[in-house]
Design a binder for this molecule. Structure first.
Ligand code: ARG
Length: 271
């Protein structure tokens, strides 16, 4: 059965190839025209590949304000969401956002979702599974503690029970502190609630969400900067999909040069 199918495809290819060569032999002018159209086709193709159906399906984990959170209308909102929608506009495609667990984002890229934007730090390990766009934001891990905590510097985290969001760079850092244990949560805010309830000693989470949580519960907790290694956020893209990678990077560069990017930073992050 398979053999027959292969033969059929081969036969058809030969027939089509034949048509092509007959036509192109007709005249030089026609050849030129054919070439022009095929160039246009190639251009269309890249948009199409980005998105066979004209839709860019984006995975996020809307538990990370101000980059992503569930808005009043129940839909994901935040800096990342606005940024990827602006990128979609540049690419001429619709953007559909899927809210999922942070932990499953990387494995879903290329199947359930086309790309992921989730305040995701570029790491060597993730690079084994996905490619990353140019970085769009620099971040750093902060430590949240109760107002009366005895944790004053990084080494005070040794031996502590530290709340983190599962599968994040904050989670991966806990092993750097001798004798410390990671209490893993699906949402950073749940870790923060347990910090307030006294079930964990500290929470490690990225700076901007840490500042949002601090602002929300400023009568109970504070966010500390221990000058950990800076991290770069980027959009995760299926490994090897150069067309999509270039399209996203071009759109990102345009948004930076036309001022849209800074407007979004002002609107969502630095306010
Ligand atoms: N930057 C950290 C990481 O990449 C945390 C990201 C968490 N993002 C989220 N949307 N929950 O691991």
């Amino acid at each position: 059965m398979k053999k027959i199918a292969v033969l059929l495809i081969l036969a058809m290819t030969v027939v089509f190839a034949g048509c092509g060569s007959n036509e192109s032999a007709d005249s030089d002018k026609k050849e030129e025209k054919t070439e022009d159209t095929s160039k246009e086709d190639a251009k269309d193709d890249s948009a199409e590949d980005v998105l066979a159906d004209g839709v860019l399906t984006v995975g996020t984990n809307a538990e990370f304000p101000p980059f992503e959170y569930v808005g009043d209308d129940g839909e994901p909102d935040g800096f990342d969401i606005a940024l990827i929608k602006a990128i979609g506009e540049k690419l001429g495609v619709d953007v559909e956002v899927e809210n999922m667990e942070f932990e499953s984002l990387v494995a879903s890229i290329g199947n359930k979702i086309d790309v992921a934007i989730a305040g995701m730090t570029v790491t060597d390990e993730r690079k084994n599974a996905v490619d990353f766009s140019d970085s769009y934001y620099q971040a750093v891990q902060y430590v949240i503690v109760p107002l009366d905590s005895d944790i004053k510097e990084a080494s005070d985290l040794n031996g502590k029970n530290i709340g983190v969001q599962l599968g994040t760079t904050g989670d991966f850092m806990v092993e750097d502190f001798e004798g410390a244990t990671a209490a893993q949560y699906n949402k950073a805010v749940d870790a923060v609630n347990d910090l307030i309830n006294g079930r964990v000693d500290a929470v490690i989470v990225d700076k901007n969400p840490a500042l949002v949580f601090e602002g929300k519960f400023s009568d109970k907790i504070k966010a500390l900067d221990f000058s950990f290694e800076p991290e770069d956020y980027a959009i995760a893209i299926p490994k090897g999909d150069e067309k999509l990678l270039n399209a996203v990077n071009d759109a990102l560069a345009e948004l930076k040069s036309d001022g849209t990017f800074d407007e979004l930073v002002n609107e969502y992050i630095e306010n």
